[in-house]
Design a binder for this molecule. Sequence first.
Ligand SMILES: Cc1cc2nc3c(=O)[nH]c(=O)nc-3n(C[C@H](O)[C@H](O)[C@H](O)COP(=O)(O)OP(=O)(O)OC[C@H]3O[C@@H](n4cnc5c(N)ncnc54)[C@H](O)[C@@H]3O)c2cc1C
Length: 473
Amino acid sequence: MSTSVGQHLLTFHPAGVYREIQQALTKEGIMNVVIVGAGPTGLMLAGDLAQAGIEVTILERRASTEANTTRAFGVHARTLEQLDIRGLADRLPGQKVSGVRLFAKARIDLSSLPTRFNYLLITPQYEVEKLLRERAERLGVKIEHGQEVIGLSQNADSVTVKTTTSTWEAKYVVGTDGVRSKVRELIGLPFPGKSVVKSIMLADVRLDTRPQEAVTVNAVGDGFAFIAPFGDGWYRVFAWDRRKQVDDKAPLELSEVREVTKRALGTDMGMHDPRWMSRFHSDERQVPTYRKGRVFLAGDAAHCHSPAGGQGMNTGIQDAANLGWKLAAVLNGHADEQLLDTYQEERHPVGRAVLRSSGAIIRLAMVKSKAGQAIRNAICGFLLNKAKISRKAAGQISGIDIHYGGKTRASDIELETGRLFEALRGGRFVLVTNEARDTPDFVTTVKPKNPVAQPILVRPDGYVTDWDDAKYR
Ligand SMILES: Cc1cc2nc3c(=O)[nH]c(=O)nc-3n(C[C@H](O)[C@H](O)[C@H](O)COP(=O)(O)OP(=O)(O)OC[C@H]3O[C@@H](n4cnc5c(N)ncnc54)[C@H](O)[C@@H]3O)c2cc1C
């Protein structure tokens, strides 16, 4: 049965009482939240919890000197809005791209999206992680490096996590430990799905010839190639050769990437000086449930899909934005425990939809026969020329149209002072109202620049929620 988020928010609780409870728990050695994995999902979640005053530690397997591999390179509009809500979006460097070309002439135009971020920002994943890490550390998050989680058990009150060198106890644990999640394995959840594409070659290179389009992509015969700029002189290349399917560990030379790119695009644009190259395969998988008792999964640990459409990191960051305020509300005593079930209700369908859409893009891109490619190009080109369909595709790929049942994304309303997304920066609920009202202490009240027909209550993750629920009043 679907539960309303609003139903679970309790009426006002004196914050001091809960602070005392938190302090008492900490004294007994029980943390509030332990997050496993310092990728983009874990870093975003940790920052949100710390912002709400929750004590949180991240356990990360990598040594502090070892960077996470650069995989994602596109940040979509809804993720940029989430970063804006945290005061981070304008600090992210990168190149703005007004549309995403899928294959041949099929292109999704992002320029008319109803947001100030009406584009895709091409930027390496490490820039996003750097920003999220700095924020998390500034807010007091402890990141423990060299801590590989190898064991986990839970009871009604807490979760015990074992790493190779230490033991941690927390009220809640979140596994953001990536596609091969140990946490997922330790709580016994399956990861059903299948492999969609093997032997994709990936290289970050310099080019002699600047591509004409911001994102260049095409498939010819058995070859497929994609090139996108990072904006600092480096380019990300994906190349795929249907005739050569080898293990991810097989050695990779730039000449192979050049040859396949040339076949697909007619030129290799003089690529040279690769800073790194690798082969990878891509699976489509999703856990049946994002929660088991006191343990949650988010990001790649909960779902993975093809890189087509650039959805993985974006979806993980938005999982974190959804779960963070809910965990904080429960731990701060503003909501009952059942609020946490709405994480699964709201985010699992989004993950499933992403699997479907990125799967559709990759399958269409990989159509083999010439006749099939011609039909695909004609149909997709025709459909994406229709304003309504093009707008729908843009809303979906950018994340702008994600909603949770009746809870839609709040637009960035202008306020008497500033704008709504700035008002959300405190990590609290925001009530946009023409006249002052009494509200619980977790709600900030703001006045709109132009009167609103009725008060609008916005969750910390930027979704409009039930005003009718008496518990908000
Ligand atoms: C080639 C490629 C291109 C991509 N392009 C895009 C794109 O353009 N846009 C996009 O949105 N996404 C893209 N993705 C997907 C994106 O990279 C991932 O979705 C994203 O990194 C997931 O973030 P995460 O934080 O959930 O997991 P990860 O980034 O995988 O982080 C998991 C962390 O957990 C740590 N860890 C793992 N096991 C343990 C353990 N037992 N104990 C402690 N720590 C542990 C790891 O060291 C790591 O730091 C791409 C992926 C690939 C492979």
